[in-house]
Design a binder for this molecule. Structure first.
Ligand SMILES: [Zn+2]
Ligand SMILES: [Zn+2]
Length: 310
């Protein structure tokens, strides 16, 4: 049986499902009992190139690509799926490292996005980071991922039919704004799905990272970095499990407003809100924290998040 990834279209759900049999034997880090195994098994601490001394971010092709080949002569699976490795410690994430590492992270995503879009078969590019045992990462070393897709996922098509940009229309809510600078802001979206969900936005309509000025890129990185620190401060000093979703425009869609979704799972200082039956069953989120209340809590701890170092 082939271990190649395939994409299956569901005529019922109108969504694709990726079949990735080549990833079947990968063990989530949360399920590996011995901490010695975690360290010796890390390809980025012990493998070629060694640790990333002093921080920094490095792009490497995925050894276990999730994406199927698109067409003959197109990019290989490895060339469509990239890993962004950063830091030299397994316990220090983007929010724990200097903001310049977060900026480098976004700059590399921007660069790789442009490179992927140079190939006509790539229709959308998604960058993300999933952190914490809840998400079952198979590599312990801090890393994000970038994947070029030969189709446009549904969540990246939602703005296309609108007459005006819903994001531009909605960002004036001061009660939902956590932090605002000359070029970017952090806001709890009025439609937040999880208690401390945040979005990081450029103040001017931009479809993707490549269309940002240098100042806007720095501001977006600063906002993301601060948002990550806010997660830790509102979860009793522990970093909660979180997702970073870099929502960039699909190919040619200037109606899309670039946003970085920061989606932590914590509900308060001690507990998590785990997506359950309604969320996974129907896609309907039950959020126990009103967004304006969440924004108020985040604003309260903002001065602490702005102090460096952590
Ligand atoms: Zn490592
Ligand atoms: Zn907009």
């Amino acid at each position: 049986m082939s271990s190649e990834p395939t994409a299956t279209w569901s005529p019922v759900e109108h969504e694709r499902v990726f079949r990735v049999p080549g990833r079947r034997d990968l063990a989530p880090q949360a399920d590996i009992r011995s901490s010695a195994d975690l360290i010796t098994a890390c390809p980025f601490c012990t493998g070629a190139g060694g640790a990333l001394a002093g921080g920094g971010v490095r792009l490497v092709p995925s050894k276990h690509p999730m994406i199927a080949l698109t067409e003959p002569g197109s990019l290989t699976q490895e060339q469509l799926h990239w890993v962004l490795v950063y830091g030299s410690s397994h316990s220090r994430r983007l929010g724990d490292l200097p903001a310049t590492v977060t900026q480098e992270f976004l700059e590399l995503v921007s660069h790789k996005t442009s490179r992927l879009f140079a190939h006509p078969s790539v229709k959308a590019v998604f960058a993300f980071e999933s952190v914490g045992d809840h998400f079952g990462p198979t590599v312990a070393h801090p890393h994000g991922q970038v994947v070029g897709l030969p189709f446009v996922p549904r969540r990246l098509t939602l703005a296309q039919a609108a007459e005006s940009c819903a994001v531009c229309d909605s960002v004036i809510r001061q009660d939902l704004t956590v932090m605002i600078t000359s070029h970017a802001l952090v806001q709890v979206p009025a439609w937040s799905r999880l208690p401390f969900e945040m979005i990081i936005l450029p103040r001017v309509h931009r479809p993707d990272l490549a269309s940002l000025s240098a100042e806007e890129t720095t501001a977006m990185a600063d906002c993301l970095h601060t948002g990550l620190r806010l997660c830790r401060l509102t979860h009793g000093g522990e970093m909660p499990p979180y997702l970073i979703n870099v929502m960039q425009a699909p190919r040619g869609d200037t109606s899309h407003h670039l946003r970085i979704e920061l989606v932590p799972l914590h509900k308060d200082e001690r507990t998590l809100k785990r997506p359950g039956g309604m969320e996974l069953g129907l896609g309907i989120y039950l959020n126990p924290l009103l967004p304006e209340v969440a924004a108020g809590i985040l604003r309260e701890v903002l001065p602490g998040a702005r102090r460096c170092p952590p």
